[in-house]
Design a protein around this ligand. Structure first.
Ligand code: AGP
Length: 588
């Protein structure tokens, strides 16, 4: 996934474009580039590496008032200077977020027409095709309209044509793109944080719409080339949502917002122990499928245990990249829930569309307002986590877990359970106030770590181990505690870090037996539990408040997040932008 920023107006373009790109680095950061108009010509500057490398190659005070910029997460073509965006062919210069699935056939067709390519990217076919079509038709809007209908896959595009250096053209299909208006000019951007320092007013382009912006105005065309008006939206939040606000990392800042996030999410759906109309009335579903990726999938895993326990509805949980390619057994009495922080994850969006085509009820649990998944599901339930910048999700995970717990109450038809949520924000604040460094010191100098637990604790093990993997690059693995003796216990040796999670009364002693098995083989056990026990089967213990099972996961995840953060810090990892990752994976 990549980040796009463009600007045209009366102010200098480069400072605005670079500032915006820095807020989008979480979308991808292996190379960056900018194209801008100078003395009536397009100038392109591109660099491998972070945006800081690009910035060092530019004179920000350059007298230019129109430009498009891009920060890349490579999908086709290694992350080097030549493959980075913008790409120019003939008269057209383009920045692109997404994947062109039919780029090879288009590239073959264009090569046959004598067009040369310089890069290994899918993107380069876009300016080449625009230029090819421009040879037959000189209306740029018509050329863009014709070209994008030849593309298969996903795209958000910023386009400049040599024959109209006063304008930026923008269009999208499935990849997000916003347009923002500031008094002296217009922006295009992949996401709102890029423009928050200048304005909080924006509009969303819909699929295949085409926008033309210049210093004085904005025109939007639909795919039938009719001019249309778009509703102006106001971003709720300030630039500090996208700023560090005194924290060393976004990940830490966002974890420390979790008490507020819990309250905002809970209060959005509940008032005086009754559901508000924001929680939809649902029919009696026979079964539920939960489909998501990464941490969102682990939220679904938690929800499976909660819904089956409290609402007695069978739940299938599957990763979206598997779900969309396997035979699924759903009926008109199945509800398919898609969980996604960004609302743009390609596999999750594709799964949603596939299920909708079969006429099945869909529900989106998302954080980003007006994201693709949010806009296409039958029911859309927003978490109120606010913009999450760190690649490793934390506050959104907690908000999703909170919302799925509320949905469980709704499905159980037992509103009495809402009382169990009282005071959880205080429990969160207390857990956030603790010091987890000493536990991190037991883990950071190992290359392997194991998480063990049963039932809902195993789901939390999955999330805890992913947090550790993606922020500190430690090979953290989760095992169902009961499975250890079937092979995996062979991995335990002297001083191996084992994080054991044990919060459920019903299976507490069973898990303790499993912990003793690894302790007996030399493991260094960190015991995370909600009931103290004087025994020597652990090396360290984290005691979390004992609350009802329906809200317990909201608390258990906090030490896991902060331990991962402290370990990554001790290992001097790039906590907010881990290697090889991007915040939202809008490619398959
Ligand atoms: C979580 O820390 C990871 N960054 C990743 O697994 C993420 O949860 C996954 O890509 C799903 O993203 P989404 O919630 O935006 O769909």
């Amino acid at each position: 996934m990549c980040g796009i920023v463009g600007y045209v107006g009366k102010e200098k373009a480069l400072p605005r474009i670079l500032s915006g790109l820095k807020f989008l680095e979480y979308r991808g950061y292996d190379s960056a580039g900018v194209a801008y108009v100078k003395e009536n010509k397009i100038k392109i500057v591109k660099e491998a590496g972070r945006i800081s490398a690009l910035e060092a190659s530019l004179n920000k005070e350059e007298n230019t008032y129109l430009g498009i910029g891009h920060t890349r997460w490579a999908t086709h073509g290694v992350p080097n200077k030549i493959n980075s965006h913008p790409h120019k062919s003939g008269k057209f210069t383009v920045v692109h977020n997404g994947i062109i699935e039919n780029y090879m056939e288009l590239k073959d067709m264009l090569i046959e027409k004598g067009i040369e390519f310089k890069t290994d990217t899918d993107t380069e076919v876009i300016p080449a095709l625009l230029n090819y079509n421009y040879e037959q038709e000189k209306d740029i809007i018509k050329v863009i309209n014709k070209t994008i209908k030849m593309l298969k896959g996903s795209f958000a595009l910023g386009i400049i044509c040599d024959d109209d250096l006063d304008s930026i053209y923008a269009t999208r299909y499935d990849s997000p793109l916003i347009i923002a208006h500031q008094k002296n000019g217009y922006f295009i951007a992949s996401d709102v944080p890029a423009i928050l320092n200048y304005t909080n007013k924006y509009l969303l382009l819909d699929n295949l719409e085409i926008a033309k912006i210049n210093v004085n105005n904005l025109i939007v065309f639909n795919s039938n080339l009719q001019k249309i008006n778009k509703e102006e939206l106001t971003f709720v939040g300030t630039s500090d949502d996208a700023m560090l606000n005194g924290y060393e990392h976004y990940m830490l800042k966002e974890i420390h917002e979790e008490a507020k996030v819990f309250k905002d999410t809970f209060n959005y759906y509940v008032l005086e122990n009754q559901f508000k109309e924001t929680m939809p009335n649902l029919k009696d579903y026979h079964d539920i499928h939960i489909v998501a990726c990464g941490s969102a999938y682990y939220v679904g895993y938690i929800a499976k245990y909660l819904i089956e326990k409290y609402a007695s509805i069978p739940v299938l949980v599957e990763v979206a990249s598997e779900y969309r390619y396997k035979k699924n057994f759903y009926t008109k009495d199945t509800l398919v829930i898609i969980i996604s922080q960004s609302g743009e994850t390609a596999d999750s969006l594709a799964a949603l569309r596939q299920v909708k085509e079969d006429g099945i009820d869909t529900m989106a649990i998302v954080n980003v307002v007006e994201s693709s998944i949010a806009r296409e599901a039958k029911y859309t339930l927003y978490v109120k986590a606010g913009p999450e910048i760190a690649v490793a999700t934390t506050k959104a995970f907690l908000a999703q877990t909170t919302l799925l717990a509320l949905l469980t109450v709704k499905l159980s038809k037992n509103n009495e359970l809402l009382k169990e949520f009282k005071g959880i924000d205080k429990n969160i604040e207390e857990l956030l106030s603790r010091d987890y460094l000493k536990y991190a010191k037991e883990i950071y100098n190992h290359n392997d770590a194991f998480f063990i637990g049963r039932n809902i604790d195993y789901a939390l093990c999955l999330e805890g181990s992913l947090k550790l993997k993606e922020t500190s690059y430690i090979n953290a693995v989760s095992f169902q505690a009961g499975e250890l003796k079937h092979g995996t216990i062979s991995l335990i040796s002297e001083n191996t870090p084992v994080i054991a999670i044990n919060t459920l009364d019903s299976i507490r002693n069973k898990t303790i037996s499993n912990i003793k098995e690894v302790k007996a083989r030399g493991a260094n056990v960190l015991y995370i539990t909600n009931e103290n026990v004087r025994d020597n089967f652990y090396n360290n213990i984290i005691l979390i408040p004992k609350v009802a099972d329906i809200v317990s996961p909201i608390l258990t995840v906090i030490p896991l997040q902060l331990i991962a953060y402290e370990v990554a810090k001790l290992r001097n990892c790039d906590i907010d932008k881990p290697r090889n990752l991007a915040k939202s994976v809008t490619v398959e």
